[in-house]
Design a protein around this ligand. Structure first.
Ligand SMILES: Cc1ncc(COP(=O)(O)O)c(C=O)c1O
Length: 391
């Protein structure tokens, strides 16, 4: 490669993008021999058979051409069906649904369609760090709202205070429930109360509901039920159908916003991959496909119950996790509140890998995130090692 003296002038927003410290930390501790990893947000199940067969058939049938930019008609219909059957939400497959490359692209496309430099985005924390990164990349200003003193749920009063302070500069509010990293979710009445406050503004709610099928007690409700004209519902097959590598997500929202989102989406990806979309069609569009999530959920629930009980017995305070596959556990007081040091010691001395809570933003300090998307045997080993470590 010839050496160039040219000083390349990069997009200056990149200066604000820090390396993903979850991945860096995970890499740092992965080389420890015999480590049990509770770090990754990745299902340990296989893709449901009905999805695999559909992907194989798609390849055999030479389904290998550019699909419509918004995704195949069959998949948009299946998604509309899924949203109706599971959450009583009505969206037009032709006008109001876009198939994305995972929820990741859905987050980027939604924010890119909405934000101008300087626009503010309300982000309840602790949360999935990608939101803040994307907002910064687009020149927006993340406004972190620490929810730790309110059981990790954003209250209407917090939203109202932020709307009063920043006014129309608030372009979007991000809600993620069930939540990564806490597993906490919002009840129907929580959402209704938030919707009442948000209806007084022009802010768009980006509702990342990627864990909606992994809810243990009660029924998942979308904020779109109460605020349809101001909400973009983000979801996908990664967590519900253990299809992280297939990269299928989607956005559903009002026609007008979706037209803008589609423009951005088409610039970035043209169209999703045919076999991956084919796999997702029966997963969302048939009862058998939807049932696959129910089976995985039952396994996760056993693990959640085990982890909550054992960690509580060991002196951790656990945020009540009603969904997703994470435990957010406060380190027992006698061990201090330096979660990064505690997680590092736990990895090095006890061979149990967790993620420090402070990596998820304000309110996460003093906590550890533990993923139970791993076998019950591994969880049992982890608990017995944590017990020895504390002793
Ligand atoms: C809250 C949340 N949103 C989005 C994603 C990304 O999902 P996908 O793999 O579909 O891009 C994740 C992945 O961990 C997540 O936890």
């Amino acid at each position: 490669m010839p050496h160039s003296n040219l000083a390349i002038r990069y997009n200056y927003h990149l200066d604000e993008i820090k390396p993903n410290n979850i991945l860096t930390f995970n890499q740092e501790i992965s080389s420890i021999p015999d480590i049990v990893k509770l770090t990754l947000g990745e299902p340990d199940f296989n893709v449901p058979e009905i999805g695999k067969q559909a992907a194989i058939a798609s390849i055999e049938n030479n389904d290998s051409h550019y699909a419509p930019g918004t995704g195949s008609e069959a998949l948009r219909k299946a998604i509309a069906d899924f949203l109706k059957v599971r959450y009583q939400l009505t969206y037009s497959p032709d006008q109001e649904i876009v198939v994305t490359i995972g929820a990741t692209e859905a987050i980027y496309a939604s924010l890119n369609a909405l934000l101008n430099p300087g626009d503010k985005v309300l982000i309840p924390t602790p949360t999935f760090p990608l939101y803040e990164t994307v907002v910064r990349m687009l020149g927006g200003v993340p406004i972190n709202l620490d929810t730790s003193s309110n059981n990790f749920v954003l209250s209407p009063a917090m939203v109202k205070a932020a709307l009063d302070e920043y006014g129309p500069a608030v372009k979007a509010v991000i809600l993620n429930y069930p939540s990564n990293p806490t597993g906490v979710t919002y009840s129907a009445s929580d959402l209704q109360a938030l919707a009442e406050v948000l209806a007084q503004s022009k802010a768009v709610v980006i509702a990342d509901e990627i864990y909606s099928e992994l809810l243990y007690d009660g029924q998942h409700v979308s904020i779109a039920t109460y605020l349809p004209e101001q909400t973009l519902v983000l979801n996908g097959a990664s967590k519900s159908h253990a299809m992280t590598g297939y990269r299928i997500g989607f956005i559903a929202g009002p026609t007008e916003i979706m037209q803008k989102v589609s423009l951005v989406h088409n610039l970035m990806i043209t169209s999703p991959s045919d076999p991956a979309m084919a796999a997702a069609v029966p997963c969302f569009g048939t009862e058998t496909g939807r049932q696959a999530s129910v089976e995985m959920r039952a396994a996760y629930q056993i693990r959640r119950d085990y982890m909550v009980e054992e960690l509580t017995n060991l002196g951790f305070t656990v945020a009540k996790p009603n969904g997703a596959f994470y435990i957010f556990a406060q380190i027992p007081h006698q061990y201090g509140s330096d979660d990064v040091q505690f997680a590092r010691d736990l990895a090095q001395e006890a061979q149990v890998a967790t993620i420090p809570g402070s990596f998820f933003g304000p309110g996460g300090e003093g906590y550890l995130r533990m993923s139970y998307a791993t076998s019950l045997d591994d969880l049992k080993t982890a608990i017995s090692r944590i017990q020895n470590f504390l002793n």
